[in-house]
Design a binder for this molecule. Structure first.
Ligand code: AMP
Length: 189
């Protein structure tokens, strides 16, 4: 049973690695970015509200994403563990998550932080933009997402360090090399 959190700047590969780990351990990947993109695509009210923030590289308001995760973690498939991918992104979200878990007498097992230097991130994100055509993968929005990350999300590295569950992973290298580093950490938990 593992409750895991994957952190890292946009383009660090956390979504890709989270998918591999979830496949291996047969646990769901809870990605707020994916849930929000689906809401935008389906034209729901939440999607309409979130779209503007997403397209400009800003964070969707805490109350919206906290609500998403609260709902998602009540679903039966999360009973045996999960990987949170892209949540929390602010201290308020991290505190809300702690409260959700505390209510159920649960704890996170590990916060994995994938670190990749900024110069490499921009190149990777531009490459992804070409392949996936995400609306928020233009160079201007990419730069804004990195600013947003540095301001609001990077401080969470400290937050989880203080909680004693942080593991830093070097996110530079071949995809399966990085998967190997992650698995080594998770198997040692
Ligand atoms: P991602 O796919 O994780 O890069 O997320 C894409 C976009 O969705 C982000 O740039 C944000 O606008 C929004 N988003 C995803 N997760 C969160 C979150 N935890 N808090 C606020 N906004 C989020």
């Amino acid at each position: 049973m593992k409750r895991l959190l994957f952190m890292g700047p946009p383009g660090a590969g956390k979504g890709t690695q989270a998918a591999i780990i979830c496949d291996t351990w047969q646990i769901p990947q809870v990605s707020t970015g994916e849930i929000l993109r689906a809401a935008v695509k389906n034209g729901t009210e939440m999607g309409r509200k979130a779209q503007e923030y997403m397209n400009s590289g800003q964070l969707v308001p805490d109350a919206v994403v906290i609500g998403i995760v609260e709902d998602r973690l009540q679903e039966a498939d999360t009973k045996n563990g999960y990987v949170l991918d892209g949540f929390p992104r602010t201290e308020a979200q991290a505190e809300a998550l702690d409260q959700m878990l505390a209510k159920r007498n649960q704890k996170l097992d590990c916060a994995l932080n994938l670190s990749v230097p900024d110069e490499e991130l921009i190149g990777r994100l531009l490459e992804r933009a070409k392949k996936e055509g995400r609306a928020d993968d233009t160079e201007e929005v990419i730069r804004q997402r990195l600013v947003t990350y540095n301001q609001s999300t990077r401080p969470l590295i400290d937050y989880y360090q203080k909680h004693g569950i942080l593991n830093n992973i070097d996110g530079v290298g071949a995809l399966d090399e990085i998967t190997g580093r992650i698995k080594a950490v998770l198997e040692s938990l």
